[in-house]
Design a binder for this molecule. Structure first.
Ligand code: TRP
Ligand code: ZN
Length: 467
């Protein structure tokens, strides 16, 4: 009999452990931010979003947005509570796994306490019903983003923090997800977003557009444009996938001026694929919004937004971001130069290939007289912007492009294009930071010494010594 006693004890203690779990050896809150060095409250800890299904309706007359966000996420720890980012709007109801959850608001944090704990690795569904007039957000650098009303509709843009104005989510570039967006607007208007238009139907004076983004997308490049747009579909030949759908949306007031650059889209796509490798997404295009809708263009996924018709150079810049920024996405806002340095360098390459100045000439002119055009050009190193107010300044764009050019000077053209394409391929649909990049470059050209470039051009204060 006594022989069995230890075994019985073991079973009992196992049961105790089990019941302790079921009764809630508690999970902990996920955390209100991801400790981004520039935007510490952006994003949230403890889970990873895999899919957003947004079902929204907008009436421009009273500027009311109402809808439901259904978010599919995976817990990365045992969770007793978690946050979503949402700025403004009225939350009406929150459910987790179909059960009502308690919630509270704290600034841009929507704090959710699910009915029961969530277990690490569990996939769960969050439903948020909300409505209200979305806010226009002013960036640390003074520019406007988020919800930007136009005469008859709206333009929603999200870099770096604007997406929280119109849908709840894990709004940090490190958490990419697929999206389904259904948007219902008055019948006389059109609604454009990322991905592909899968459905359009009109009922009782209102039209619903369904847009699907299958490839991972960072929230800051999610976009919604509502207005009197001319939406056209065509296709373009690509290297990898054969015919790629093109959706262009041109606001009626811009149709004449937009035609010129949009006619060149196939040619620019072909040039970009030749230089950067296969286009990473399942559709392309552009949104030509009203001139005063925003003060800047943005590389919104699949189809960049331009306030009025862009010149070719700007079009090339935003298209290059589809590889550098949207497919290979920064791990944090500190890595912004990986976006803007590459996109700016793409402009230099285009000019070089289009019979204009060579990239070397552009580099030299910047080195010699850059201060005339960009007085802050040498004010901080590209990899270390002074603060959140400076992530879109000249050191990130122009000096960032100079870093890329220094690499090209060092390795020569053949190896350089291998690095550019290899980098885009290695982190396709992922996230990467500056250390990943320097390590990748070093691995690609093991005989070269890149330290002087990193030390002087990427991390060094002040103007580097004459090259
Ligand atoms: N990324 C945009 C571009 O280069 C510019 C931009 C718009 C931006 N909004 C921003 C950059 C906010 C940094 C922060 O085309
Ligand atoms: Zn850019």
């Amino acid at each position: 009999m006594s022989r069995f006693a230890p075994r019985a004890l073991t079973v009992t203690s196992a049961l105790l452990v089990l019941s302790a779990c079921a009764g809630g050896v508690e999970g902990s809150p996920g955390g209100s931010g991801l400790r981004d060095p520039y935007f510490p409250r952006s994003g949230n800890g403890g889970y990873d979003v895999t899919h957003y299904a947004l079902d929204l309706a907008y009436t421009p007359d009273d500027r009311r947005l109402a809808g439901t966000a259904e978010i599919t996420a995976r817990a990365t720890q045992d969770l007793s509570a978690f946050d979503l980012d949402l700025k403004g709007m009225d939350v009406e109801r929150v459910e987790v796994e179909g059960e009502r959850a308690r919630w509270s608001r704290n600034g841009q944090e929507l704090v959710v306490r699910p009915h029961g704990d969530l277990t690490e690795n569990e996939t769960f569904r969050i439903t948020v019903r909300y409505s209200g007039t979305p806010q226009t957000i002013t960036d640390p650098d003074g520019s406007q983003e988020g919800w930007l009303p136009t005469a008859d509709g709206v333009l929603a843009l999200g870099e770096p923090t604007g997406s929280m104005a119109w849908f709840p989510g894990n709004h940090h570039p490190s958490d990419k997800a697929s999206y389904d967006l259904a948007i219902t607007v008055p019948e006389k208007l059109q609604a454009v977003s990322n991905g592909e238009l899968t459905h359009r139907s009109t009922r009782e004076g209102r039209t619903t557009f369904r847009w699907r983004t299958a490839e991972p997308m960072a929230g800051y490049v999610a976009m919604l444009a509502i207005g009197d747009y001319d939406i056209r579909r065509s296709t373009v030949a690509t290297e990898a996938d054969g015919e790629l759908p093109v959706h262009t949306a041109v606001v009626r007031s811009q149709s004449d001026s937009a035609r010129k650059v949009l006619d060149r889209l196939p040619e620019i796509m072909e040039w970009a694929e030749y230089n950067f490798g296969p286009y990473p997404f399942s559709s392309t295009g552009a949104v030509i919004a009203p001139r005063n809708a925003a003060a800047y263009a943005l590389e919104t996924q699949n189809r960049p937004v331009f306030p009025g018709a862009p010149d070719t150079k700007l079009f090339v810049h935003e298209l290059a971001h589809q590889w550098f920024g949207n497919s290979v996405t920064p791990k944090s806002w500190r890595d912004m130069w990986l976006n803007e340095g590459f996109a700016t360098y793409a402009e230099w390459l285009w000019r070089e290939d289009d019979g204009g100045d060579s990239a070397q000439e552009t580099f030299d002119a910047l080195y010699d007289h850059g201060e005339d055009e960009y007085e802050d050009l040498w004010s901080f190193p590209p990899a270390e912007p002074t603060s959140a107010a400076h992530i879109s300044d000249a050191p990130v764009y122009q000096r960032g492009a100079m870093v890329i050019h220094k690499i090209r000077q060092t390795v020569g053209d053949d190896a350089f294009y291998d690095i550019v394409q290899g980098w885009a391929a290695a982190h396709r649909h992922g996230n990467a930071d500056t250390a990943d990049f320097t390590a990748y470059v070093e691995k690609s050209a093991p005989d070269e010494d890149f330290d002087p470039i990193w030390q002087e051009w990427l991390y060094g204060d002040g103007k580097p010594a004459r090259p």
